[in-house]
Design a protein around this ligand. Sequence first.
Ligand SMILES: [Zn+2]
Length: 132
Amino acid sequence: MTILDLQIKADLENVTDLTTDPDDFRWYLKVRCGCGEENNKWLYLEADDFTEIPGARGGEANLVVKCDLCSRTNSISLVDKPVRAYTKSGEYQTIAAFDCRGVEPIAFDPRVCSQWGAQNTCTHAHKHAQYT
Ligand SMILES: [Zn+2]
């Protein structure tokens, strides 16, 4: 089990903080399997949306994804709720944490810009996402 923090960097203009609605936000991610295979599709997960993990008795996760290459079933779940607000303009700040099993996120797309304020900020955050 690996907990990865998603950090974004954005320039805030005319807004003091960026927040998402924790009950209604789709986290669009691209992921890479432990075998090295990158999934080219944008996948999304929602905090309140759980899927059963095949083969794991009683186990469920926000996102279950099967690797095309090694056929392993991997999963990702949001750890924290609510999502922390982004307030440090121009600096990296953690806005979410993911419990990653077998995969790691390699890209994040804020996508739903209306939930983030300005479109420019949204695009900027997309370009400056990192995982630690
Ligand atoms: Zn794989």
